[in-house]
Write a protein that binds this ligand. Sequence first.
Ligand SMILES: Nc1ncnc2c1ncn2[C@@H]1O[C@H](COP(=O)(O)OP(=O)(O)O)[C@@H](O)[C@H]1O
Ligand SMILES: [Mg+2]
Length: 442
Amino acid sequence: MVPSREALLGPGTTAISYILFLSSLQNQNYKGHGLSKGKEREQRASIRFKTTLMNTLMDVLRHRPGWVEVKDEGEWDFYWCDVSWLRENFDHTYMDEHVRISHFRNHYELTRKNYMVKNLKRFRKQLEREAGKLEAAKCDFFPKTFEMPCEYHLFVEEFRKNPGITWIMKPVARSQGKGIFLFRRLKDIMDWRKDTRSSDNQKDDIPVENYVAQRYIENPYLIGGEMFSPGDFVAQGSPFLFTLTLDHHPLPDVHLTNVAVQKTSPDYHPKKGCKWMLQRFRQYLASKHGPEAVETLFRDIDNIFVKSLQSVQKVIISDKHCFELYGYDILIDQDLKPWLLEVNASPSLTASSQEDYELKTCLLEDTLHVVDMEARLTGREKRVGGFDLMWNDGPVSREEGAPDLSGMGNFVTNTHLGCVNDRKKQLRQLFCSLQLQKKASS
Ligand SMILES: Nc1ncnc2c1ncn2[C@@H]1O[C@H](COP(=O)(O)OP(=O)(O)O)[C@@H](O)[C@H]1O
Ligand SMILES: [Mg+2]
């Protein structure tokens, strides 16, 4: 499993999404993405790409040297498809060895809210059996969640144990805050059950939409009021508290941090957007809470990436043609504990500000570097631009040499999440040394 990842993206201040790239799961040793042993990968004169997305992605693909766009039914080497195309066509599309496609066949194991939780719960149990309670507790980063309606009775039991707390109901397969509502009384959920049962859906025999009921994190970390030196911020962050129009049972002061939702806020500023670079966020936190607290927070976030991917390692169908870019929705609470809310298989690639455009462009360029259609990488890289290789059948150390896992003494995980962004320099060095190696060997 290769959770190389690019840090960043911060919609709002209470939640940050991280974008993470996972290359072929089958390819545990990161040997050039499905490259069979001993077989040299071909360098192609041009790479034929296809995509239906008309956003930053299209710009990046069109500007990439040697890549040519294919339209309609033309043959392609690289397809950034949408998940609906995948669902309908993947099983009967023949793909040559070198071809790459932007989703895993059953990505929903991680990216549907109910499946994600099911996989995490199962993985937690497995860890408890095999490695003990302490290790299993490292999976406690998602709020208590029940699938509805099938776990309704379990939910009611839990609900009764904790009277007075707030729950959030979310449709398992929708996005951008659609269909979400909060509740505190069982009666509200009964109304919802009745509503869904008696709706027109039922008449047409369309199954009731599945939801998850999840414990609502009531103390999100907020940034507001005391911003430090505004000039320091390329994109100004602001708290963007807003009141949502709730579908069912309105509660005041709900914070949904989806950018799609925030855009409708009267305070939204299209030029500034509502995101912070992760680096800024890290600095801000360090100035308020000290470097140690921030270290712990970022280590906990890295743990979320690794554990969530491990939880689906055995269930995702490994196919060397597939890669995927995930958007991690993580909410940080006032105790600086990060909570995983969901993982998106199609994180928004549309830019909401100039800075966001630059960020996404860099992210996508690096994604293409890692996918490596040009066959330039050796497969032993630990960093490619903004991506770090964090796991390679075990944690990857920042230092060279065998990892000291015994006491975890000097072991520093190879992650630069929220650190100074030196991707340009890193890429220059990387491609320079690759060229030198190539020259030397030819
Ligand atoms: N358990 C929760 N506690 C607090 N806020 C939440 C919780 N779940 C979701 N939210 C808020 O609602 C937003 C949307 O929820 P999310 O699970 O990401 O679904 P969507 O697919 O609609 O984006 C999140 O970004 C977050 O701001
Ligand atoms: Mg979300």
